[in-house]
Design a protein around this ligand. Structure first.
Ligand SMILES: *Cc1c(COP(=O)(O)O)cnc(C)c1O
Length: 223
């Protein structure tokens, strides 16, 4: 099946999950995760009308997106992979939304860089709900303080919270936790759910789902 058909199927599933949850289809954005895929593949999705994309590496995105952004209007590019502080400048230059703000040092670097570049990108704060060592994200116990720091001291434009539940766990409790945390801080958006669990995430209030495989097919091992 082609990418246009995949997109339309994923959007139908999003709409159905939203309606089943008593929500509107338009309340859930689809972030098409194009990491590892070539610019030509991404073009197919752009031609089909998709405009919100997720990439997980700054350098890889720098190789693909400046040209794509020139050719297609209204692209919104999300960084969904962990960000090193020394890449903050590049990330602020290229991306429109950063979903992986997860520690004070990075939050400060981004705030400084945005000020320098005269930009105010929307950000999500990533929470490591499964407390996994290998995964990015602020630990739940530090989340309240981190949210306050980002909002009150650094004046970041926080859209909401993001999480990636542990691969082998039932994701519902993680989604529920993220929703409660966002409510407590009055944050409007929740980025959660991937190809395997976006319907569940929508049931738990996701406003944005990050879907790669179901849109672009299985990722090639190498570019
Ligand atoms: C790769 C990735 C996705 C997409 O995963 P699929 O299972 O291919 O839909 C979503 N979120 C993040 C953070 C990712 O790195």
């Amino acid at each position: 099946m082609g990418i246009a058909e995949n997109l339309s199927q994923v959007k139908d599933s999003i709409a159905e999950a939203a309606i089943n949850a008593g929500r509107k289809a338009a309340d859930v954005d689809l972030v098409a995760v194009s990491k590892v895929h070539t610019a030509d593949t991404i073009r197919e999705a752009l031609v089909a009308g998709q405009r919100i994309f997720g990439e997980n590496r700054v350098q890889e995105a720098q190789g693909k997106w400046p040209d794509l952004k020139k050719d297609f209007e209204g692209v919104q590019l999300h960084l969904i992979g962990s960000l090193q502080t020394n890449k903050a400048k590049d990330a602020v230059e290229l991306f429109d939304v950063i979903e992986t703000v997860d520690r004070p040092k990075l939050a400060r670097a981004l705030a400084k860089e945005m000020e320098k570049q005269g930009k105010s990108l929307d950000v999500y704060l990533q929470i490591n709900t499964g407390e996994e060592d290998q995964k990015g994200g602020c630990l739940p116990a530090q989340a309240d303080d981190f949210i306050k720091l980002c909002r009150d001291e650094l004046n970041l434009s926080i859209k909401g919270l993001m999480c990636i539940p542990p691969a082998n766990e039932e994701p519902s409790m993680h989604f529920a936790f993220l929703r409660e945390l966002s409510k407590r801080h009055n944050l409007p958006c929740l980025s959660m759910g991937m190809s395997g669990d976006f319907e569940t995430a929508i049931r738990f209030g996701a406003t944005s789902v990050r879907v790669g495989t179901a849109v672009f097919g299985t990722r090639p091992k190498k570019l």
